[in-house]
Write a protein that binds this ligand. Structure first.
Ligand code: GTP
Ligand code: MG
Length: 160
């Protein structure tokens, strides 16, 4: 069994990375957020998969961070925030469309080609830090991508 999971949130400025983390932790949308959230650790007994989970808010000045799964956050009301994403990854990726409270329509049409192009992407989810919509799901999918990988990064020989 894996002893913990490290989730890294990356994405363009102002897409809501820090807000998503704060919303998860405090179960309410913070009116003001620091530029960056402190690394948080969620104890095993309150995570769906019962594994201690660390959540790391990426800052552009970081040069070396380890992670088991990377959540690429974009803002569903700003297509540019997804188009800028370029992917090179050795760990599973989750595409996270934040600020779903601001739009009527989903961004699926925009991200489907990206999903099809990059097999490292495990799944995608649209959410809102503001409405607390799909926040716990997002972190659950990230945990699951590490603990029960299904994608091409998964090699059965490396199990255990
Ligand atoms: P940087 O640290 O500067 O890269 O930004 P960030 O990605 O951490 O974004 P941050 O959490 O600072 O949020 C940026 C702005 O978007 C803030 O004004 C938030 O209040 C707002 N915001 C974040 N999430 C949501 C959301 O789900 N809905 C809406 N409407 N606004 C949001
Ligand atoms: Mg931030």
């Amino acid at each position: 069994m894996r002893k913990d999971v490290r989730i890294l949130l990356v994405g363009e400025p102002k897409v809501g990375k820090t807000s998503l983390i704060m919303s998860l932790v405090s179960e309410e949308f913070p009116d003001e957020v620091p530029l960056r959230a402190e690394e948080i650790t969620i104890p095993a007994d309150v995570t769906p998969e019962r594994v201690p989970t660390h959540i790391v808010d990426y800052s552009g000045t970081d040069t070396c961070i380890s992670a088991n799964v990377i959540c690429i956050v974009y803002s569903v009301n700003n297509k540019k925030s997804i188009e800028k994403v370029s992917l090179v990854s050795l760990v599973p990726l989750i595409l996270v469309g934040n600020k779903s409270d601001l739009v009527e329509h989903s961004s699926m049409e925009t991200i489907l080609p990206i999903m099809n192009q990059y097999s490292e992407i495990e799944t995608c989810v649209e959410c809102s830090a503001k409405n607390l919509k799909n926040i716990s799901e997002l972190f659950y999918y990230a945990q699951k991508a590490v603990l029960h990988p299904t994608g091409p990064l998964y090699s059965p020989e490396e199990k255990e």
